[in-house]
Design a protein around this ligand. Structure first.
Ligand SMILES: Nc1ncnc2c1ncn2[C@@H]1O[C@H](COP(=O)(O)OP(=O)(O)OP(=O)(O)O)[C@@H](O)[C@H]1O
Length: 837
């Protein structure tokens, strides 16, 4: 095979045709060219079977042969190539090798290069793919060869890079007229061992007329073509260059072969010109660009309000930037959000765990919600075991999350995100509130995660362990970049000895042009200039229906899991359970002290035949109604706010809003209805009641208790509204008290509402009004509590007939349903922006 000798800056390499060579500023590349005009991964030189060729990887400043910018061209002895500039960019001269290729010959050159400061990757043994065997009768073939996905591996002829300059992991050969099914199950022609993939996920068909199709087989996590999801069970034609995504794998057609790329996490990541503008035109993130190679840990620091959280939201797509792009493995995150979102893990500042559960249970429910419905319990358990071992949590797995230290708890949050093997992990202040030892522990954990083949970005306030990061991004007031580069050079860059000084400078010179200082620096030239050279572009996200996350589980299955998890959480909190019983019992019992010997019947003066108002009945009903209102609302008022962070994260991973809400309504509804029953049973048990009800005949006590139970339910729904509206849990208590007092006022027991224009109509919005009315129809409230100001006038809501009882109950429950609709709307406000559909 013909070798080529490459000469650059007076040094020479004998190129081996069995591998390719990456050129660029990336220290991990084969030929490292430290020139700002050269891109991080600029180009690759490889033997294509016929000759040597150079291929540009979309470099900013271009690759030039004979003064012409080239994308891909063949090279021969005597060729000269300039990188970054046609005339004075670094020049590669190529000449024929003197003798036949011999592997040892390369070694001394490598050693020499290393001594001279040139970094070359050790020449890892690379398996050359064998010529694929054509076996049409057998249909699809298993891969003829496994090629390690690493830089510098051989690339098949004619293929252009899809994922940076990574090489395909595997090739699959196929023949016309055959079908190749992809899935997790062993019976597929192409088995993908990835829990994100359904057992029978999709199938490629090579039609007899030479076209190729991909058909989704009703997969849980979706099949994607060029980052866009295809409809469930639909078929789409694919052509050369189209990328089909299935779980962590992507496939591309090259001739009659299918190249498979498996995302093992070792992918590059960059942000270009990210700018976020809020209503009113104010920019809160300004032109942020940075990029890192695979396996990087990036620290982000900056003073309060410098846009760190905004940046995190832009990078994760939670709140996409208005301008710029985020490139994941050279693919646009925004354009291909539907597919790439599944590769992102986000650990918010607050723990995304139910603290009452044990570590294992918390992970079990998370896995059940995030993995496709067709994963078995054993598969999920196995993955949980792997993650627990990886994060050294297996000894704590049966402990409740509350019993763990802050650092361990953070580990569990990370473990939860790692379940689905994300390649990019973002953490928002994971060490806030931790002592210095735990801070180090968490940062070392992140270092390990990056080293194991992931890109990890951590926003932090703690500067003690920044040295563990590969790169540091310092944000300046106003949301612009003040520095990006190695952490050890950062203080020097700012000219201070401590970070406290740097932050003081940010504070004292808020209007200083920190971004201008950064852009005028050498560090900028070295670490960000080439990313910035691409013109900023406006963000055009696909329509919301295309970026909706797939629902790995059906609605019913999500609901079932959520109910089980919620019941587990409640069951593990014995104090709460006891309170739920004691509260209605006490509220019911206090009504017994009110004129204990008096009943709830109409008082008629036997001599005169006139009706005497029965104050005991109105007071008892008032107390029971207030008890039910209070118990119902108190159950739910903290429910959504305390789980908001968990909800936000789970919503981004495909949780259904309505399934979530319904799980709360069912569990809390059941609890409040039982509590209402208890309040009614205690309150009415010792009282003299009418002998016949209007609807349930002799079951008068039940007929009277049903409005109390329904009131408990509707009050619980009001509580959920409060919980969905407030920003902090502390605000719920005053609102709960306010709600209960308003209910007292509008019961109709304290003053006559009927006939008071405006007030009466307003009272129709109050659940207590309808509950008192429904019980009042049975007790005949128009006679128990007659309108003395306007004798003879009666309240139609209190009419002593079954129809009035039915209307009152319907109105009460309809109010509850209306609250449900409102809660769903308010919940939407707390979802990642891309989820608000
Ligand atoms: N939706 C919005 N509308 C208007 N201004 C906003 C909005 N979101 C954030 N801001 C403002 O943008 C700036 C950056 O906010 P951001 O939360 O990203 O800062 P931060 O660096 O994360 O701060 P901290 O360290 O305090 O969390 C702040 O001044 C904030 O008030």
């Amino acid at each position: 095979m013909p070798e080529l000798v490459l000469e650059l800056n007076g040094r020479t390499w004998t190129l081996d045709p069995s591998r390719s060579y990456t050129l660029g500023r990336d220290p991990q590349g084969d030929l490292v060219i430290d020139d700002a005009r050269v891109s991080w991964r600029h180009a690759t030189i490889s033997w294509n079977g016929r000759g040597w060729a150079i291929e540009d990887h979309g470099s900013t400043n271009g690759t030039y042969v004979q003064g012409q910018r080239v994308q891909q061209t063949e090279l021969g002895a005597g060729s000269a190539v300039h990188l970054g500039n046609a005339t004075d960019g670094p020049r590669l001269s190529l000449s024929a090798a003197a003798g036949a290729y011999s592997a040892p010959a390369a070694a001394p050159q490598q050693a020499a290069a290393a001594q001279q400061g040139w970094q070359q990757q050790p020449q890892a043994p690379v398996q050359q793919p064998h010529a694929p065997q054509q076996a049409p009768q057998q249909g699809w073939q298993q891969p003829p060869a496994q090629v390690p996905a690493q830089q510098g591996g051989p690339r098949p002829q004619g293929a252009s890079p899809v994922h940076g300059d990574r090489s395909p992991t595997t090739f699959h050969q196929f023949s016309l007229g055959r079908v190749m099914r992809i899935g997790r199950a062993l019976e597929n022609e192409l088995v993908v061992s990835d829990l994100q993939v359904s057992r029978l996920h999709a199938e490629f068909t090579a039609t007899p007329d030479g076209r190729f199709e991909i058909r989704d087989l009703g997969s849980h996590n979706g099949t994607y073509v060029n980052g866009q999801p295809i409809a469930k069970s639909s078929t789409v034609l694919i052509g050369a260059g189209d990328i089909v995504g299935v779980g962590h794998s992507t496939f591309r057609l090259v001739g009659d072969r299918l190249e498979e790329f498996v995302d093992t996490g070792e992918v590059s990541f960059s942000a270009r010109h990210l700018t976020v503008t809020v209503d009113g035109g104010k920019q809160i993130l300004r032109d942020v660009s940075f990029g890192v190679p695979e396996k990087s840990l990036i620290g982000v620091i900056g003073p309060s309000g410098s846009g760190k959280s905004t940046l995190l939201k832009a990078l994760t797509g939670y709140r996409p930037a208005n301008q710029g792009d985020v490139l994941y493995d050279n693919r646009s995150l925004y354009k291909q959000f539907a597919e790439l979102r599944q590769r992102i893990g986000l650990v918010p500042q607050d723990d995304i765990l139910h603290k009452e559960l044990t570590v294992r249970k918390a992970l079990k429910y998370a896995a059940k919600l995030r993995f496709p419905a067709d994963t078995t319990e054993a598969e999920r358990e196995a993955r949980i075991g792997e993650v627990l071992r990886e994060l050294k949590l297996d000894i704590h797995k049966d402990k409740k999350v509350t019993a763990l230290s802050g650092g361990q708890r953070k580990r569990v949050s990370v473990a939860l995100e790692l379940l689905t093997k994300p390649s990019l992990i973002f953490l928002d202040e994971p060490t806030s509130g931790l002592d210095p030892g735990m801070d180090r522990d968490v940062m070392q954990l992140l270092r390990g995660l990056a080293d194991d083949g992931r890109t990890v970005l951590v926003v932090t306030h703690s500067v003690a362990e920044l040295g563990l990061c590969d790169k540091l991004l310092v944000m300046a007031p106003g949301g612009s970049v003040a520095y990006f580069g190695p952490p050890e050079e950062a203080l020097n860059f700012f000219g201070y000895t401590t970070w406290a000084d740097v932050f003081s400078a940010f504070e004292n010179y808020r209007d200083y042009d920190w971004a201008g200082r950064w852009k005028g620096s050498q560090h900028y030239q070295m670490y960000a200039a080439d990313l910035d050279a691409v013109a900023p572009q406006a963000v055009n996200m696909p329509p919301p229906q295309q970026i909706r996350p797939p629902k790995p589980q059906s609605w019913g299955s999500q609901l079932f899991t959520l109910i089980r998890r919620y019941v587990s959480v409640i069951a593990s909190d014995k104090g709460f359970m006891a309170l739920m019983l004691v509260l209605p019992a006490v509220l019911g019992a206090v009504s017994l002290v009110i004129d204990p010997d008096k009943g709830l019947l109409v008082n008629v003066n036997e001599q005169t035949g006139r009706i005497i108002p029965n104050g005991t009945a109105t007071t008892v009903l008032l107390i029971l109604v207030v008890g039910a209102c209070f118990a119902g609302a108190a159950n739910s008022v903290r429910e959504l706010i305390k789980e908001r962070v968990i909800y936000e994260r789970e919503r981004a991973t495909g949780l259904s809003r309505s399934a979530y809400l319904m799980s709360k309504v069912i569990v809390l509804g059941l609890i409040t209805v039982i509590q209402g029953g208890l309040v009614g049973a205690i309150g009415f048990a010792t009282r003299e009641l009418p002998s016949e009800g209007l609807v349930l005949g002799s079951m008068v006590m039940l007929e009277l208790s049903l409005p109390i139970m329904a009131l408990g339910f509707t009050s619980m729904m009001f509580g959920l509204i409060i919980s969905a509206l407030v920003k902090t849990a502390e605000k719920t208590m005053p609102l709960l008290v306010m709600f209960a007092i308003i209910q007292v006022v509008f019961t109709g027991c304290l003053f006559i509402l009927h006939g008071t224009v405006g007030v009466n109509e307003f009272s129709y919005l109050m659940p207590s009004r309808w509950a008192v009315a429904a019980a009042g129809t049975t007790l005949d409230f128009n006679r128990i509590n007659p309108n003395t100001d306007d004798p003879g006038s009666t309240d139609p809501l209190w009419d002593h007939d079954a129809a009035a009882w039915g209307i009152d109950m319907t109105a009460l429950l309809a109010l509850g349903a209306l609250c449900g609709v409102l809660v769903a709307r308010f919940l939407r406000r707390h979802e990642p922006e891309v989820m608000r559909k």
